[in-house]
Design a protein. Structure first.
Length: 401
């Protein structure tokens, strides 16, 4: 059975610091905003929604306790609507959409919502802990290193220069600024208001249109001391002895920004669409997840994309637009190299380097960006992918209706 995307919305991404525009609201408030918007703009009887799945990478404290269910109740959905929080690190938002679509495809639900939430200004990255970083036996067995070191390792293995990384990052800011100026996000980004109706944020907060390769060249690499002082470089070189050293080149300007944000995607079968007057915007053709070598960690998107293409009976040349989460510049450059993708067909509206990466929500956000851009450009197919911590990748293929 086909699963169709009927609608999607996201919040703007606010700076993930105490001085960020969204910091004053709680995660459950932010998570419920896209749910409210989906219900209102589609005149939806929430009793028709059979499940809500939301990604969240830091499910602790005020983001814990199955935040998806609390968001459903806070959004004034009917109490009969169940909800589930899930976590596959940076792929969580896309996985939530895939799980929601899978229930429809399996005939076990007619209408579902997949999405995600992350408030990095209130729940710090890594707050959930876990054995990968904290259990010495597991860390040693799996070759654990910090993700920034993995990005520098990836760049070193592929021979990407500092200029390569900075040039890609500068283009991300310029594309994001142009996309906002042209209104490409207007249909899908909902302003976030506080409890008394005051608008806190209406646009992504971290875009710097003045960014150039020259301005980025002044920034010092962020992970040199971490790699050398704490032994992460030595771990990486033990796994990849073909390298003489790790060339540290990533910094805050060519890495994804820490932000707050939430997103939701409305999914269902054809019968639900006809019954509720919902017009399909896209068909979900396939989705896939893979595991990859955990020290390098960030090269999973290409393999997951290839698997998703295979499940859809497609080749890379069949894809019109590509969206890959910009965790680090090297991740995108590696992906483009592996699948022979020209820069003009990937992340055409900018990405997380400019607009930020709200961990649990990013997958649902970039899926929506790809759909909007298919409609704007009149193109047909898109593939969305993300690298995932501990060596994984997630991907999804959609086709515009």
């Amino acid at each position: 059975m086909d699963a169709f995307i009927f609608d999607h919305v996201r919040t703007p991404r606010g700076k993930g610091r105490p001085d960020g525009s969204l910091h004053e609201v709680t995660p459950v408030w932010l998570a419920s905003r896209p749910l409210v918007a989906l219900r209102e703009r589609n005149h939806l009887d929430s009793r028709e929604v059979h499940d809500v799945l939301m990604g969240c990478v830091g499910p602790v404290g005020e983001q814990g306790g199955n935040i998806a269910r609390m968001a459903v109740l806070n959004a004034d959905y009917d109490q009969t609507v169940p909800a589930l929080q899930l976590e596959r690190a940076c792929g969580s938002g896309l996985e939530a959409v895939a799980y929601a679509a899978a229930k429809v495809m399996a005939g076990q639900a007619d209408l579902t919502i997949g999405g995600g939430i992350e408030m990095m200004s209130r729940v710090a990255m890594g707050a959930a802990g876990g054995p990968w970083a904290q259990d010495p036996q597991i860390s040693a067995k799996t070759g654990f290193i910090m993700q920034g070191i993995s990005a520098d390792l990836l760049a070193s293995l592929h021979g990407f220069s500092r200029n390569d990384l900075d040039a890609y990052a500068a283009e991300s800011h310029q594309r994001a600024a142009q996309s906002w100026a042209e209104g490409r996000f207007d249909r899908s980004v909902i302003p976030v208001q506080d409890f008394i109706g005051l608008t806190l944020l209406a646009k992504d907060e971290t875009i710097r249109p003045e960014t150039t390769t020259g301005t980025l060249s002044a920034l010092k690499p962020a992970f040199t001391e971490m790699g050398q002082k704490y032994g992460y470089d030595a771990v990486a070189l033990q796994r990849y002895p073909q390298l003489e050293r790790i060339d540290h080149q990533h910094h805050a300007g060519n890495s994804s920004g820490i932000v707050d944000g939430a997103a939701a995607v409305l999914i269902g079968n054809a019968d639900a669409g006809r019954r509720l007057g919902l017009k399909p915007r896209a068909r979900i053709r396939s989705f896939a997840a893979i595991g990859s070598e955990p020290t390098l960690m960030l090269d999973g998107p290409a393999a997951s994309a290839i698997r998703a293409l295979g499940r859809a009976g497609m080749k890379a040349t069949d894809i019109d637009l590509w969206e890959l989460n910009e965790a680090f510049s090297a991740v995108v450059l590696c992906f483009m190299e592996a699948l022979d993708i020209p820069h003009q067909r990937i992340n055409v509206c900018g990405g997380a380097i400019a607009m930020g990466h709200p961990l649990g929500a990013s997958g649902a956000m970039i899926l929506g960006t790809a759909l909007d851009e298919l409609e704007r450009s009149g193109k047909q197919t898109a593939l969305v992918s993300l690298c995932v911590a501990a060596g994984m990748g997630s991907a999804m293929v959609i086709e515009r209706i």
